[in-house]
Design a protein. Structure first.
Length: 407
């Protein structure tokens, strides 16, 4: 039997090293993203063709624009896959400063010429091209949080010395976004940041304390204005045809219910004829449910679940603590945004305005999400060959932190 031990593999099985990464996880990630992109272009055509023709545009207008975003996003993904992760750690403060500056420009009272109000909110910069700074801020906040956590990890369990700097940094991002207003994106960034620092060893008691302090301040905002109508329609009268801000949620349920098991067929959906506003963006999951049915919706959900799982596997195998935290942040960002969008489509959450990653119309979000995938691939490419999980003691330190072994 000794000969069997000599030929047994001594390292984890992996695919050949390529420009996309190391091991089989990057191949799965790229495959899943490719499926979602293709599925998104097909669904977008069904959701936007009538809207384009009503504006005297070709039926493929929005698909063609989205395709340019796909091309730019793939380039961004390939570039980010080759950028050493140490560069992201080094330039994290600069990414944060640029994001904050763009967010401030959007909400300044004298910048309406380049940041016009659309549907009651100022979220876009139009400077030759249309840019949504809050999408850039999502990724910048993740990179900055991971980079600062590496520096502050020894003090993270201290509320003032460890956690307070993160709260100040997040406030610089979240407050301008909330003033646009875009509360859903603000909450998404805050939730992603909390996940990253919790993985890094923050005490759960600090979050409970902060929640108790912030709840009286956040509650009046969350239940005022149009948000109050959305909560009311969600919990008090979910089956009653609604008007105003709750109308979209009701029509979304109608679309998904009409799809049945296999859907009404590609391009055969009826909600695109003006019944469901923003069918190509905020409620595109409803269009998936209508045209592709339960089967198509399940495929999309499984793709996102698998993508998040692969992201956590990449984090587990990262070379260093920064790579691990960055991978956790990227996977959490994609997963949270996807399932918040899906929750809105299924009527279990009030309308948030968050797009479905890789599928909804919106080139800024698409490019940012593909760039984030490129960061995952870079982390996988740098993973060590001689250890199945980590090449240093960072993971052990994280475990000790949650067990109370580090002060």
């Amino acid at each position: 039997m000794a000969w069997a031990l000599d030929v047994a593999p001594k390292t984890r099985p992996s695919l050949p090293v390529s420009g996309l990464g190391r091991g089989w996880e990057p191949a799965v990630i790229v495959g899943l993203v490719g499926v979602l992109l293709l599925f998104g272009l097909l669904t977008l055509h069904g959701a936007s063709s009538v809207m384009a023709q009503r504006s005297d545009l070709p039926h493929y207008h929005y698909v063609a624009r989205q395709a340019t975003g796909v091309a730019l996003g793939i380039v961004a993904m390939l570039v980010c896959a080759r950028v050493p992760t140490v560069w992201w750690r080094r330039f994290a403060p600069h990414m944060m400063l640029v994001s904050v500056a763009l967010l401030v420009v959007v909400i300044l009272p004298f910048t309406h010429a380049i940041a016009p109000e659309v549907n009651g909110a100022r979220r876009w910069l139009r400077v030759g091209l249309t840019l949504q700074p809050s999408d850039l801020a999502k990724l910048a906040a993740v990179v900055w949080t991971a980079a600062l956590l590496v520096r502050k990890r020894e003090h993270l369990r201290n509320l003032l010395r460890g956690l307070a700097p993160f709260l100040v940094g997040w406030a610089c991002i979240v407050l301008p976004i909330a003033l646009e207003p875009d509360f859903s994106t603000a909450c998404l960034i805050a939730a992603t940041g909390v996940i990253v620092i919790f993985v890094g060893g923050a005490r759960i008691g600090h979050f409970i304390l902060l929640g108790l302090v912030l709840l009286p301040l956040a509650a009046p905002v969350l239940v005022s204005g149009y948000r109050a109508a959305r909560w009311e329609s969600l919990f008090l009268d979910p089956g009653v045809p609604a008007a105003g801000s709750a109308f979209q949620s009701y029509q979304s349920l109608v679309a998904i219910g009409s799809g049945g098991v296999t859907g009404v067929g590609f391009g055969e959906g009826r909600q695109k004829f003006g019944f469901l506003p923003e069918a190509h963006n905020d409620f595109i999951f409803a269009m998936i449910g209508e045209e592709w049915g339960f089967a198509g919706s399940l495929v999309v959900i499984l793709c996102f679940l698998t993508l998040v799982f692969m992201g956590f596997r990449v984090a587990r195998q990262a070379r260093d603590l920064f790579g691990e935290l960055l991978a956790v942040g990227v996977a959490s960002l994609i997963g949270l945004q996807a399932f918040l969008h899906i929750g809105v489509g299924l009527g279990v959450l009030p309308a948030t305005g968050l797009s479905l990653p890789f599928i909804s119309f919106g080139r800024t979000n698409l490019v940012v999400m593909l760039a984030a995938v490129g960061m995952l691939l870079a982390i996988a490419r740098e993973a060590p060959d001689d250890h199945p999980d980590r090449s240093d003691d960072a993971w052990e330190n994280l475990v000790l932190a949650h067990d109370g072994g580090r002060g």
